[in-house]
Design a protein around this ligand. Structure first.
Ligand code: PLP
Length: 390
């Protein structure tokens, strides 16, 4: 008897986890694979949680999250100008991932399609498929900084298209969509009557001159957009598992009912930590400036490596490194980089077919390690070049 259902049998370990597992068996590895801030959660946030524990806020909260945190998200976070009703239009979730999974559970019927960029963070596909949906990839090219183009989106909209998912700043490319591009996409969504899901978990980590705006802020979009965000990246709070979704009351209400049945609520102590974080936006500015310095250092290091190019990232903490000149597949390149140089980068092909020829490097380690990683990558690239007569 097969105990597992077909969906479970289809689940596979993601390429990122697989790389970690391999790296964990090795000595002296520099990990540039991990997508989380490496610094500790800021002290005031931890103090907020400690106080909550002392005061006994260690029980179930309402399914949608505590009223105070929902109110704070509506009134103090970056979406405050959009006027969300904290009683009906905001839910606190187990991280951004928890928000996405609840959302897919309540919007997807069997066979409904969701448009997703290629290359793109892996987990969306698995979640959509598990919820009966069909992920439809919208190819993006290096010529367009790996940002999907409006005409390519529109071409893929059909009778089963329910939603378009955008993620800016982007994982894995670090690109930030311009307000003009978002406006064009918003027009398509309105014209073709589709829902937009905007995953904005990296929106505090922006370095260039392109302002990072939410597509929900464009005329007529709030009512057809679900904003996903979390405290994970902005406040180095990945382990606290607190995120939120803001969107039409009808959708958020059903997500809340799902939460009641599957999880009850997000962690109570985590919610008090998040409440404190919203009172201290300067803490996420400090994290941003650490990453900004590292970004500069790392890009400068890459500039000096013959054969290496990259898409200049304006956000998040990733660089999508162009390794096409070495003539190896991205998997071969990354496997050998780990085995022969002790550096973890993630093969671009793990993020979709269009990511082939690229590798994702996360500058989520300290400056000293970054310098060492650059030296190792340089020596490795030199070796590959001479081996292949480049
Ligand atoms: N969205 C993107 C694009 C991510 O890269 C991640 C994590 O890596 C998440 C969402 C989920 O983060 P969390 O569940 O910790 O909020």
């Amino acid at each position: 008897m097969q105990w597992l259902n077909r969906k479970a049998l289809m689940l596979e370990q993601g390429a990122i986890r697989a790389m970690f597992d391999r790296a964990n068996t090795m000595q002296d590895v520099i990990s540039m694979g991990i997508g989380e801030p490496d610094m500790p959660t800021p002290a005031p946030v931890c103090e907020g949680a400690a106080l909550a524990m002392e005061q006994g806020f260690t029980h179930y909260t309402p399914n949608a999250g505590t009223a105070v945190l929902r109110k704070a998200v509506a009134e103090k976070s970056y979406i405050k100008d959009l006027g969300y009703d904290p009683a009906k239009e905001i839910i606190i979730t187990n991280g951004g991932m928890g928000a996405l999974s609840l959302l897919f559970l309540v919007i997807l019927n069997e066979g409904d399609e969701v448009l997703i960029q290629d290359p793109q963070w892996l987990n969306y596909e698995a979640q959509i498929t598990y919820c009966g949906g069909v992920p439809v990839r919208v190819p993006a090219s290096p010529e367009h900084r790996f940002e999907m183009q409006p005409e390519d989106i529109e071409k893929r909209i059909g009778p089963r298209t329910k939603a378009l998912l955008i993620n800016s700043p982007n994982n894995p490319t670090g690109s930030v969509m311009s307000p003009e591009a978002l406006k064009e996409i918003a027009e398509i969504a309105k014209r073709r009557d589709i829902l937009v899901i905007t995953d904005e978990v990296y929106n505090t980590l922006v370095y260039g001159s392109v302002p990072c705006v939410s597509i929900a802020s464009f005329e007529g979009m709030k009512e057809r957009t679900v904003v996903i965000n979390s405290f994970s990246k902005a406040f180095a709070m990945t382990g606290w598992r607190i995120g939120f979704a803001a969107g039409p009351g009808e959708i958020i209400g059903k997500m809340t009912e799902c939460m009641e049945n599957f999880n009850s609520c997000a962690s109570s102590v985590g919610q008090y930590a998040a409440l404190k974080a919203l009172d201290h936006p300067e803490l996420s500015d400090e994290i941003r400036s650490v990453f900004s310095k590292r970004r500069e250092l790392f890009l400068k290091g890459l500039d000096d490596i013959p054969g290496i190019k990259y898409i200049e990232p304006a956000g998040a903490f990733y660089v999508f490194v162009d390794i096409r000149s070495f003539g190896l597949s991205s998997r071969e390149f990354c496997d050998r980089l780990l085995d022969e140089a002790g550096v973890v980068w993630i093969p671009g092909s793990a993020f979709g077919e269009c990511g082939e020829g690229f590798a994702r490097a996360a500058y989520t380690c300290g400056e000293e390690k970054l310098r060492k990683a650059v030296d190792r990558v340089e020596a490795f690239c030199g070796k590959i070049s001479s081996e292949r007569g480049l």
